[in-house]
Design a protein around this ligand. Structure first.
Ligand code: Z5A
Length: 211
């Protein structure tokens, strides 16, 4: 059996990440991998879920400071790494994580304009606990992504940002992905069936390296 892996799934809203996480889990189980855990960021621990609701929903009486948002995101991430990811990796579980450091680089760095070195330094702290083995990026045009989200539900605080914001986020994703060696990039503009067919093919090829 292959050694367990820490897989991160990234993309802008409506890229289909969350749907893909479930499909990737099914695919890994078909490949005889027994324990696969899906996690989300921010979230997936008691404290991290509390932080998630602070970040996602607008408070009429108090605006969330740019840096508060960043530090909250990293606090949620550290809770998740320390309490779930690290112990589960030790036990041999496979982890599929919906978002990680690259989200902060792209949203807080690219979208909000925070100095990238601050985010890189915070990422060094999280990387010391556990570093992803693979990043899968679902690349969708912001216009298409937002359209999908609008069909699904009302927009939250971050989803209400402009198309320009998401274009900046996507630009940073592509820029910083180029620095990651173990990655898979999927054209997520296609229909769901095709997107997952592409994902399965590329993931299968990646896994073959560890036979
Ligand atoms: N955030 C941040 O700023 N910095 C950070 O470091 C981190 C996060 C970690 C998390 O909210 C928010 O936190 C997020 C970034 C910020 N910003 N916002 N907003 P979230 O977890 O609620 O949102 P999300 O991560 O962006 O996920 P999402 O909105 O659910 O989108 P998704 O996961 O990419 O897509 P999905 O749920 O799989 O699909 C969305 C809909 O599209 C759904 O109805 C699907 O059936 C449909 N779909 C999916 N794929 C397709 C295709 N291929 N064709 C047609 N329809 C499709």
């Amino acid at each position: 059996m292959k050694k367990n892996k820490f897989i991160v799934v990234e993309g802008i809203e409506g890229s289909g990440k969350t749907t893909a996480c479930k499909k990737i889990k099914k695919f890994l189980i078909l490949k005889k991998i027994k324990k696969v855990i899906i996690l989300r960021q921010p979230g997936s621990t008691l404290i991290s879920e509390k932080i998630r609701s602070i970040i996602k929903y607008k408070n009429k009486n108090e605006k969330l400071n740019l840096y508060s948002e960043l530090f909250l995101l990293y606090s949620a991430r550290l809770q998740l790494l320390e309490n779930i990811i690290k112990p589960e990796l030790k036990k041999g579980s496979w982890i599929i994580c919906d978002r990680h450091n690259l989200s902060s680089i792209s949203y807080q760095g690219g979208g909000r304009g925070i100095n990238i070195n601050i985010i890189k330094n915070l990422s060094k702290i999280t990387d010391k606990i556990a570093k992803p083995d693979l990043t899968i990026f679902f690349d969708v045009k912001p216009k298409i992504g937002i359209k999908r989200i609008l069909l699904r539900s009302k927009l939250d605080r971050i989803e209400k940002e402009s198309l320009f914001f998401f274009s900046k986020v996507r630009k940073f994703y592509l820029k910083y992905l180029s620095l990651i060696s173990e990655k898979i990039i999927i054209d997520a503009n296609h229909k769901l069936k095709k997107v997952f067919k592409l994902t399965k093919k590329k993931l299968y090829n990646w896994l073959k390296k560890f036979k």
